[in-house]
Design a protein around this ligand. Structure first.
Ligand code: NAD
Length: 393
């Protein structure tokens, strides 16, 4: 069938298999260009099908030569309808990994569940013996607690007072004023339950109890801090509170399992998760322009290659005062932030494309779903059903 983008709010409900494959191939080329000495060899990536998790899997395989096991929650094609982008990304990744002689298997299911953890443990026991790197890169709006069966929903709200600022309707390219009511205590607790560190701890406990964690294993979870203009809705809001809990979990994992457990603060990029956050798409559009001018623009793959090479495996970790890895250093460069702060109050519907790189934002957003990718003939009919070669469940 001929597949066209169908955008609903901040998601695109269709995806193009050829476009996704080309995007994954581009990431693979970036990763191949930077080899990491002493990198991991058996890598588990939780949330491996899109965004930072996909780039972590690509980097592990193609910069480090690692075998990878990926966990994600994606929709296969059904009744002639296209699969989700993360499904097609995984098809492309696994095919490339297999061609390069690398082991690649995947589990499509709820990473928060005991069942998926058990399947991963069994697979590692059977196929690898042990895992030497675990990347935790989930972004989810809800979580069912495996012990109680209760489902919690996360939210993106300020804490304490109403938040008013400018935002961007990314479909229409229009600046909007947004106001978000403050979170209730329950909203805060629920967001911590979903996006906090508890599930990461459960994963590491399960792997450790099963004896499948190598003694030199490292584990990393991703976080974001960003500039003050986003703090009410990010760092100081419900999601930031959950991210503080991820930092708590890193320390708990380090102590309990005697291994290196880090939070890496990554830069703002266009992903399915970030496009849902109020204010952030406008900030990213302005940020892109400034970082392109400075020659420091990075996407997920450039960030993660730098994380693996310069921080985790070859260079120094360069932890901040809170013990976090800061790979958002180029984003937070004072000159970049000053330039963004200057532009922020001046931006209008009329000058949006001049003062920000909204065109790049929109292009990257469509590319997340395999659309607008160079070299793809979108008028050609394509097969929507694609198998993931190493799909276990
Ligand atoms: P994303 O939406 O691109 O990826 C989320 C991944 O989680 C996908 O692989 C998805 O399949 C998987 N997933 C979601 N729910 C699942 C479930 N129940 N079971 C199994 N898999 C599930 O998100 P992203 O932006 O790459 O975010 C990943 C991490 O990086 C998050 O912790 C996020 O806070 C952090 N981060 C993102 C940014 C950014 O700008 N996007 C910046 C810094 C840090």
């Amino acid at each position: 069938m001929i597949i066209e983008p169908k955008i609903r709010g901040f998601v695109c409900i269709t995806a193009h298999p050829e476009g996704c494959a080309k995007k994954v191939q581009k990431e693979i080329e970036v990763a191949k260009a930077t080899q990491v000495n002493g990198g991991p060899k058996k890598v588990l990536v939780i949330g491996s099908s899109t965004g930072y998790g996909l780039s972590s899997r690509v980097t592990a395989a193609f910069s480090c030569g690692a075998d990878t096991l990926g966990v994600f929650f994606e929709r296969p094609s059904s009744n002639g309808k296209p699969a989700s982008a993360g499904w097609y990304n995984t098809v492309a990744f696994e095919n490339a990994a297999l061609e390069s002689g690398l082991y690649a298997k995947s589990i499509n299911g709820d990473a928060f569940s005991d069942d998926v953890k058990a399947t991963v443990v069994e697979t590692i026991k059977k196929d690898w013996g042990q895992v030497d790197c675990v990347i935790y890169s989930l972004a989810s709006p809800r979580r069912t607690d495996p012990k109680t069966g209760e489902t919690f929903k996360s939210c993106l709200k300020p804490i304490g007072s109403e938040f008013k600022n400018r935002s961007l309707d990314t479909n229409k390219g229009e600046i909007l004023d947004v106001s978000i009511q403050p979170a209730s205590d329950e909203d805060i607790q629920n967001t911590v339950k979903v996006m906090g560190g508890e599930d990461w701890e459960l994963w590491m406990d399960a792997l450790s109890e099963a004896g499948v964690l190598a003694s030199e294993a490292k584990t990393v979870a991703y976080s974001y801090i960003g500039p003050e203009v986003t703090w009410p809705v990010y760092k100081n809001g419900t999601i930031g509170t959950a991210k503080l809990d991820v930092e708590r979990a890193a320390k708990a994992i380090q102590e309990r399992h005697q291994l290196e457990a880090f939070v890496s603060v990554n830069k703002a990029v266009v992903t399915q998760a970030s496009s849902a956050i109020p204010v952030v798409p406008l900030y990213i559009s302005i940020l892109f322009k400034e970082m392109v001018v400075k020659g420091t623009h990075e996407g997920c793959i450039e960030q993660i290659v730098r994380l693996f090479k310069d921080r985790l495996y070859e260079g120094a970790l360069q932890l901040d005062s809170e013990g976090r890895i800061r790979i958002d250093d180029w984003e937070m460069n004072p000159e970049v932030q000053e330039a963004v702060a200057q532009v922020w109050p001046k931006i209008t519907n009329e000058n949006l494309r001049e003062l920000s790189d909204f065109d790049r934002y929109q292009k990257e957003f469509l590319e997340l779903f395999g659309f607008g990718v160079e070299g793809v003939n979108y008028s050609e009919s394509v097969e929507v059903e694609r198998a993931i070669p190493g799909l276990i469940a």
